[in-house]
Design a protein around this ligand. Sequence first.
Ligand code: G3I
Length: 328
Amino acid sequence: SISLASAAAQAGLIYGAAASNADLEDEVLRRALVRECGAVTPEFEMKWDAIEPAPGELRFEATDRLLDFACSHGMAFRGHTPWWHLSTPRWLDGAEAKDFAKAARSHLVAVAERYTGRIHSWDVVNEAVEPADGRPDGLRRSAFLSALGPSYVAEAFGTIAEIDQTALLVLNEMGLEYEAPAAQTKRRAVLRLLEGLVGGGAPVGCLGLQCHLSASDRPSENVEFRGFLREVRALALKVMITELDVDGAGVRGDRAVVDQAVADVYADIIETVAAEGDLVGVITWGVSDAKSWLNSRINHRPARALPLNEAGRPKPSWRALARSLENI
Ligand code: G3I
């Protein structure tokens, strides 16, 4: 059987997975990454808190190791993610706005300058939108917003674009593919933000859809989501599935039943986004359910990312992913 990266390439897409240095030390995971992936997203090593554990103390080694691994296997590498409200360094908690602004700007420049030219696509800003925070513009109330003002998203794209003219610049968001009414509100706010960015000449090239789904999700049946994708396409923006996994918790049945339920969702989301958007590719958040952030969540639900069998070969649901890639 062909690799996922080859199946994706036949459909004009890239396929890859998030990985950590710990994954590279696991022979089964490492082999699966090399065999199946054409791209790698650092799972946490390239985030601000991991790179700058103390003021001005920049630690790039862990990211460098992942980047060197990707390069040595001809894989694309994703810049994830300079500005995210959940990965600001602890030493900035409670900092004055001007100190946060200075630190955020210098971090963004330092990371962009170190990796420019070697990045396929940057998740420049992650999860900037949160309508529940009550702002008319739908922006999340975060330290970035308080310290830099509502133009911080455009600023981030402008700063990175000045340094790195080769990478695709992505606004990454979660939950846009859900049914819930809150997801509809969020889609409206994201579209407004994108219209503002594009209208203002900010160099955004792509919307990243994280796609952390559950087995009961059916994005293909979400008419409003399909319309949203078409509106993003109408802004001449690409889309990328950046963190795909499907949580099989709650599916009743044996492993084969769960795998099939998960497989149906992989096919559903990929074919829907490919049909309505200008899809760049698919990144799963982890290469196997054996090692998934879903396992580490407090409630310890059985994670169903991309099942691998004991020998590290993809399981039926993974083949379904390949099939859905081939169907495009
Ligand atoms: O910090 C230690 C580090 O010192 C140590 O060397 C390493 C050894 O494995 O562990 C590190 O611990 C944790 C790391 O995951 C490894 O498991 C970090 O404390 C912890 O913050 C980190 O959590 C990551 C989380 O983002 C926050 O960065 C998860 O792995 C990662 O799956 C999760 O991914 C996020 C995306 O970036 C954005 N979208 C949601 C997604 C899931 O939450």
